[in-house]
Design a binder for this molecule. Structure first.
Ligand code: HEC
Ligand code: HEC
Length: 241
């Protein structure tokens, strides 16, 4: 293993990678791509660009560029995944990538995802497209889960229907009144639903009196899927008396 380690590290940088693979020194990864994409978003995206994952990190090499030659040479996705898996376990010891970011099946899953999409044209589709921002049923019940869960809205907002008591942002029990203010209606729309949707997707377009911009995250339209946002809108509007 030790001998092949140096060899792979060297070959990773060069186009001769196929030779190393022929020696079968690298374990072939076989993993769950959806889980792999989620793990990539939370563990790798901050440092690496990978087009399919919409990531733009620049601390480490661009992973599309890194595997473009291999892809062009016909190296199989599973073989690229094997190399990525190996790299996660044994990154360059003089390098800046932390070792053992992920272990076991998680490492295999993220490696399989990178192997499947690196330097491949196009975008993710189906379950993969929805892996990070999930497609959900836009019902009030689902919205409530998002409010207290992935959205962590309750950490900043008080809302009786969700049982949350945050005080960083305005209380959300009285949104009907907040959305009826003429200045709000001009900017956030005249219906309660439109007002809430705008408040979530463009929070600084209209700032309620007494609050400041820059505190509520302004990227929910990227971190949540359209159906997750619709679920929040359905929940918040149904929670108004
Ligand atoms: C803190 C930043 C950082 C994180 C997080 C990170 N990497 Fe890296 N990665 C690097 C750097 C920097 C390199 C270049 C070699 C070095 O310095 O270690 C690298 C190199 C690589 C390479 C080799 C690319 C080549 O050109 O040969 C692969 C593959 C890779 N990383 C995959 C991953 C995966 C998968 C994850 C998530 C599990 C990850 N990296 C997380 C910084 C990072
Ligand atoms: C880090 C704290 C924070 C988080 C997290 C947060 N908000 Fe806010 N929110 C604020 C602040 C501060 C304001 C007022 C200033 C502004 O509009 O940007 C606000 C304003 C709002 C308003 C308009 C209220 C009014 O009276 O007009 C709504 C609706 C809202 N947030 C919903 C949400 C939802 C839904 C989530 C979760 C997806 C969320 N917020 C997450 C801090 C937060």
């Amino acid at each position: 293993m030790v001998k092949s380690l140096g060899r792979i590290a060297t070959l990773m940088a060069g186009a001769l990678i196929v030779v190393a693979l022929a020696g079968c020194a690298v374990k072939h990864a076989n993993g769950n791509l959806v889980n792999g994409k989620k793990l990539f978003a939370s563990n790798c995206a901050s440092c690496h660009t990978l087009a399919h994952a919409n990531s733009t990190g620049t601390v480490g090499p661009n992973l599309d560029d890194a595997f473009r030659q291999d892809r062009a040479d016909g190296v199989k996705s599973t073989s690229i995944a094997g190399l990525v898996s190996y790299w996660i376990q044994y990154p360059n010891t003089q390098g800046r990538m932390p070792a053992m970011l992920l272990k076991g099946q998680d490492a295999e899953d993220v490696a399989s995802y990178v192997g499947a999409v690196a330097a491949v044209a196009g975008t993710d589709t189906g379950a993969l497209a929805a892996a990070v921002a999930e497609k959900v049923n836009p019902t009030p019940a689902v919205g409530k889960q998002i409010f207290t869960g992935v959205g962590s809205c309750g950490s900043c907002h008080t809302l009786s229907a969700a049982g949350t008591t945050g005080t960083v942002g305005p209380g959300l029990n009285t949104l009907k009144a907040a959305c009826a203010v003429p200045a709000s209606q001009r900017i956030r729309g005249t219906t309660l639903e439109k007002c809430i949707e705008t408040a979530i997707t463009r929070p600084y377009a209209y700032i309620p009196p007494g609050y400041a911009p820059g505190i509520m995250p302004s990227n929910f339209s990227q971190t949540l899927s359209p159906s997750q946002i619709q679920a929040l809108v359905a929940f918040l509007s149904s929670a108004q008396k």
